[in-house]
Design a protein around this ligand. Structure first.
Ligand code: ACO
Length: 452
C-alpha cells in the first residue's frame, strides 16, 4: 500500500489564513486510511470538518469516497446560523445575542419575532409598523373557516393546524416566489398573524363552539385569548396577568436552533416550496410526542402522583428504571433549562387569576427532592421547559391536545427566521442526505405465479 498525503478538498486553504483570522494550517485533522495507508489533511473550521472533504478518501478511483454516518444528525452541523445560541452546560439561551431572561423581562413576543426575523431589535417606528401589519392580517379567508368546519367534531387541533396552515398556500399562490423580497415579507406577516387565528379556530371546533373572529383592538396574546374564550360578552377583556404569562410562553418557545421541527422546515423549505408548506412541515414534526408532547406527559405524571406523600415512592420507581421523571433532563441542557425557571416565575401570577392547582405543590416538592438526589444531579438532570408549562396551560383551561398547538404558535417566528436564513444562504441547496444501502442487488424479476 502506498503512503501519500493529500490536501483536503478545500486543501488550497491549508497554510493560508482562514476567515476567522486563525491560520488554517494550525487547525486541521490528519487522517490515515488503514485500507490504503494514505494520509489526508482536512481543514477544521469553526470546530468542524466538512463532510465533503471525506469524499476524496477512496480505496481506488472507482470508489465513491468516504461518507459520514450520522443517524438523526446528532453530530452534524447542517447550517451556519446567527439566530440562536445555546450553551447547554451553562444553561444559556440567547437570541441574536440577547439572553432569554432579558427578553422575557423587557420584550414582547412580536418584538422578539422581529428580532429573530430581522436580525436586530426594531426602532420604535419599526415596532409600531410591525405590530400594526400583523394586527391587520389576523383574519383568514372565509373559505379557510369553511375548510376547518369540515373536520370531524373531535379532530385533534394539531392535525387541523397542520392542514390549515398548509392550505394557506392555496390562498396566496404567489407565496412560492420565495426569492422576491416583497412577496416574502407579506407571507411572513400573514403567517405570524394567522397562526393564532387558525389555532383558536381549531380549539373552538374541538369544543363545539362557534369560531370567534380576531379583535384588532387587542394585543397578540390577548387577541388569542379572546378567540379562545369569548362567549356572550360584547367585548372580551383579557386579564393582563394571563396575557403577559401567555406572551412570555410564546417568547420562550420562539426558537431553539436546529431541533426536529426547525430541521423539518429547513429541509422542506430547501425544495423552494412556499413558506406555508414549509411551516406545515414544522407543525407536523411538532405533532410527534417526542417533540411537542412532553409537557402533556409531565402533567399526566403529576396527576398520577396525586399527593406529596407519594413522591418518595414515585422517585424510587424512577431510580429503579421503571419510568422517567417527565419534564426532567434535556439532550442539550445539562444544567437548569433557563426557560423552566422563567415559566416558574409566571406560574404564581396565573394561579392568582385562575386559582391554585393542587399539582403545583406536587411539582415544587418533586423538583426539590430530585435536585437533592444524587441520582438526578450526577446525571445532570434538571427541570426542562416542559416541567411547568403544562401547569400553566392547564390553568388557562386548555385541554392537553392544545399544548403542542401553543408551542407551534410561539415557534412560528423561529421557523420563519430559520427558513429566511436558509433562503438567503448561498451555501444551502436542496437537502438530500445519503444512505448506506443494505438491501439486495441485481435480482431477476419472478412472475407472481412462480413465487413460492
Ligand atoms: N428521568 C430519569 N432518568 C433519566 C431522565 C429522566 N427524565 N432523563 C435521563 N435519565 C437518565 C437515563 O436513564 C440515563 O441514565 P443511565 O446513564 O444510568 O443509563 C441518563 O439519565 C442519560 O439519559 P439519556 O437518555 O442518555 O439522555 P438524553 O440526553 O438522550 O435524553 C431526554 C434527553 C430524552 C430529554 C431525557 O432526559 C428524557 O427522556 N426526559 C424526559 C422527557 C422530557 O422531559 N422531554 C422533554 C425534553 S425538552 C423538549 O423537548 C422541549
Amino acid at each position: 500500500m502506498s503512503t501519500e498525503t493529500h490536501a483536503g478538498a478545500h486543501g488550497e486553504a491549508i497554510g493560508q489564513t482562514s476567515g476567522n483570522g486563525a491560520s488554517a494550517s494550525e487547525e486541521r485533522l490528519t487522517v490515515t486510511d488503514s485500507r490504503t495507508g494514505a494520509t489526508y489533511e482536512l481543514p477544521i473550521t469553526d470546530g468542524t470538518v466538512r463532510a465533503m472533504d471525506l469524499r476524496q478518501i477512496k480505496v481506488d478511483e472507482s470508489d465513491f469516497g468516504l461518507m459520514a454516518y450520522d443517524p438523526a444528525y446528532t453530530n452534524t452541523a447542517s447550517c451556519r446560523s446567527s439566530i440562536t445560541y445555546i450553551d447547554g452546560d451553562a444553561g444559556i439561551l440567547q437570541h441574536r445575542g440577547y439572553s432569554i431572561e432579558q427578553l422575557c423581562e423587557h420584550s414582547t413576543y412580536l418584538e422578539v419575532a422581529y428580532l429573530l426575523i430581522h436580525d436586530e431589535l426594531p426602532t420604535e417606528a419599526q415596532l409600531q409598523e410591525w405590530v400594526h401589519e400583523i394586527t391587520i392580517h389576523t383574519f383568514v379567508h372565509e373559505n379557510v373557516k369553511d375548510f376547518m368546519q369540515g373536520f370531524r367534531y373531535d379532530a385533534n387541533p394539531m392535525g387541523m393546524l397542520v392542514a390549515s396552515v398548509g392550505a394557506l398556500s392555496t390562498f396566496y399562490p404567489d407565496a412560492n416566489q420565495i426569492h422576491d423580497e416583497g412577496i416574502r415579507a407579506i407571507q411572513i406577516i400573514r403567517l405570524l398573524a394567522k397562526m393564532p387565528t387558525l389555532a383558536a379556530f381549531a380549539f373552538r371546533h374541538n369544543m363545539g363552539q362557534p369560531y370567534v373572529y380576531p379583535d384588532n383592538d387587542l394585543d397578540y396574546a390577548g387577541n388569542f385569548l379572546g378567540m379562545m374564550y369569548k362567549m356572550t360578552e360584547l367585548k372580551y377583556e383579557p386579564d393582563p396577568r394571563l396575557e403577559r404569562a401567555l406572551d412570555v410562553l410564546f417568547i420562550l418557545h420562539a426558537d431553539h436552533e436546529q431541533n426536529a421541527s426547525t430541521s423539518a422546515v429547513r429541509a422542506v423549505g430547501s425544495t423552494q416550496v412556499d413558506p406555508y408548506s414549509a411551516v406545515a412541515a414544522g407543525v407536523a414534526a411538532l405533532y410527534g410526542p417526542l417533540h411537542g408532547g412532553a409537557n402533556e406527559q409531565a402533567l399526566r405524571m403529576l396527576r398520577r402522583i396525586e399527593s406529596v406523600e407519594n413522591i418518595p415512592g414515585f422517585l424510587e420507581g424512577v431510580k429503579a428504571g421503571n419510568e422517567r421523571l417527565m419534564g426532567f433532563g434535556h439532550r442539550v441542557y445539562k444544567n437548569y433549562d433557563p426557560r423552566a425557571r422563567i415559566i416558574r416565575e409566571h406560574l404564581d401570577a396565573v394561579f392568582e387569576v385562575r386559582g391554585k392547582s393542587p399539582l403545583l405543590e406536587i411539582a415544587t416538592e418533586l423538583e426539590k427532592r430530585a435536585l437533592d438526589d444524587d441520582y438526578f444531579t450526577s446525571r445532570k438532570l434538571y427541570p426542562n421547559v416542559d416541567f411547568y408549562s403544562g401547569l400553566i396551560y392547564e390553568a388557562l383551561g386548555l385541554p392537553v391536545a392544545m399544548f403542542p398547538v401553543m408551542f407551534a404558535i410561539g415557534r412560528t417566528s423561529g421557523w420563519i427566521a430559520q427558513w429566511l436564513e436558509m433562503v438567503k444562504d448561498s451555501e444551502q441547496k436542496i437537502a438530500r442526505p445519503r444512505q448506506i444501502y443494505t438491501g439486495e442487488r441485481d435480482r431477476d424479476y419472478v412472475p407472481v405465479a412462480q413465487r413460492g
